[in-house]
Design a protein around this ligand. Structure first.
Ligand code: FAD
Length: 317
């Protein structure tokens, strides 16, 4: 079933979460073990992130450097199928512009369609370490909206491969990202919302937000979206803080603010274990308030660790 169908069928706020593919070379077993306990809270869907190739320069020993590409977390398509099979649950792969040509994207989407995947979260992707700004593949997409248009085309039976012109159309439900604290490259919230509105007009059916720690940011974002005529479900993305380091790493990486009250509590913590307790409790309170507000779904960023998400879900769902 599509994400929007799950949301429409639900009588209350649903629980879902996002996982990262295991690091290259690691087994999927640990991932399954991480997911297993969270099934108790009956998530209707699980997202699986996509990770772009990084460039590595390897010394060939003769003074020359060899450029190699590597994907540190490969396997999104296969992992979606494996989780779907194992837990009989819908999976939502993230698909990204970065590192992919339009043909490669078309092939990946055809595979996802064969595998019975009904929804995709369409994103641009971030710059890789060797870039200071996002560089699209020479035959790929520069913005998520262009990638989204490719999915919409396929849903209408329009393929790039000329031999596929009479092929059955796909039927993906399309989700996109939203930023309650503005995307870091957007000159203003207004311009960011203008793009989001265009995405919805062109076929995006739901939005998942970047993580935030102050619910007022989400409430204001929803209000601004509705005023712009963006009327699709807006799913809040949540992440509990689990270490002291994240106090500076999260704002730096995701361009967000931590509320003063949360920082005050974290500053009192002697170690990571104490910070994790503060983070979990904060996230529980955030979740309860979001449910009261009527959020359609709470979507947790697990970052590879299910135990804090389990504790939150236990306290909330
Ligand atoms: P876009 O919509 O392309 O926007 C990027 C910037 O360009 C914005 O500032 C926007 O305002 C501007 N813009 C957009 N379109 C245009 C246009 N036509 N003309 C001019 N300006 C424009 N990254 C991954 O690599 N893998 C993942 O699995 C992943 N999952 C994510 C899940 C969620 C819920 C979120 C919120 C983010 C995720 N990301 C992921 C990170 C995401 O790729 C980055 O935030 C990225 O920098 C922007 O992606 P986007 O889809 O919002 O890009």
């Amino acid at each position: 079933m599509k994400v929007t169908e799950h949301i429409n069928n639900a009588k209350k706020t649903v629980f879902s979460f996002e996982i990262l593919p295991p690091l290259k070379g690691q087994n999927i077993k640990a991932l399954f073990e991480n997911i297993e306990p969270l099934m108790e809270f009956k998530p209707p869907f699980i997202d699986v992130t996509y990770h772009r190739e990084e460039y590595i320069y390897r010394d060939k020993g003769n003074g020359l450097l060899e450029k190699r590409t590597t994907r540190k977390r490969p396997g999104t398509v296969g992992i979606c199928a494996a989780i779907k099979n194992r837990f009989d649950i819908d999976t939502v792969p993230h698909i990204i512009c970065g590192g992919f040509s339009k043909e490669e994207t078309e092939n990946a989407l055809i595979d996802l369609d064969f595998l019975g995947i009904d929804s995709v979260l369409v994103l641009r992707g971030d710059p890789i370490k060797s870039e200071n700004k996002f560089v699209p593949d020479p035959n790929g997409h520069a913005y998520a909206i262009e990638l989204m248009e490719q999915v919409v085309d396929m849903n209408q039976g329009k393929y790039i491969d000329e031999e596929l012109q009479s092929a059955t159309p796909t039927d993906f439900c399309i989700g996109v990202a939203g930023y309650p604290e503005k995307h870091f490259e957007a000159p203003s919230m207004k311009s960011d919302l203008k793009i989001l509105k265009q995405k919805v007009e062109k076929g995006a059916e739901y939005v998942v937000t970047q993580m935030f720690f102050d619910n007022q940011k989400y409430f204001d974002f929803v209000k601004l979206c509705r005023a712009e005529g963006i009327n699709v479900p807006i799913i809040p993305g949540l992440k509990p803080i689990t270490s002291l380091k994240q106090m500076s790493a999260l704002p730096r990486t995701f361009y967000l603010d931590l509320p003063d009250d949360l920082v005050d509590e974290l500053e009192k913590c002697k170690d990571n274990a104490a910070a994790k307790e503060v983070g979990i409790e904060w996230c529980i309170q955030q979740s309860k308030e979001l449910i009261e507000f009527g959020a359609p779904c709470l979507h947790y960023y697990s970052m590879g660790k299910s135990d804090p998400i389990y504790r939150i879900a236990e306290g909330v769902f």
